[in-house]
Write a protein that binds this ligand. Sequence first.
Ligand code: 5GP
Ligand code: ZN
Length: 117
Amino acid sequence: MASTSDCLFCRIINGEILASIVYKDDRVVAFNDINPQAPTHVLIVPRRHIASLNELSTEDDGIVGEVVRRAAAIAKERGIAAGGYRTVFNTNAGAGQTVFHIHLHLLGGRRLTWPPG
Ligand code: 5GP
Ligand code: ZN
């Protein structure tokens, strides 16, 4: 699906809505979560609108790899890679997905317990 005007993260990617951008390139954008759950809480998103992991196809394998590798790179930049961090894709309502444009949560900078709530 192309970028959609009613998608919050497409609007952040397009610059229509301000966010604290921490990284961007031709395919991936990363920005600080507006309601951080840890000292580092960054959302890494593909520019391409994909509603959830349930909509992924084989042609998305490359972009998903880029999103995951970007999370690891940001964790290294923040100095939290060695100590540990968490990466999460929430999918659909039962897991708490509220924005239907896939985004990888990067959480770190504090002790993270398991299992998550
Ligand atoms: P989800 O619950 O879908 O996995 O995660 C959506 C995330 O987007 C939440 O952690 C929420 O705080 C964040 N969020 C919602 N609206 C905005 C916004 O306008 N700007 C930013 N930077 N983050 C947002
Ligand atoms: Zn979108």
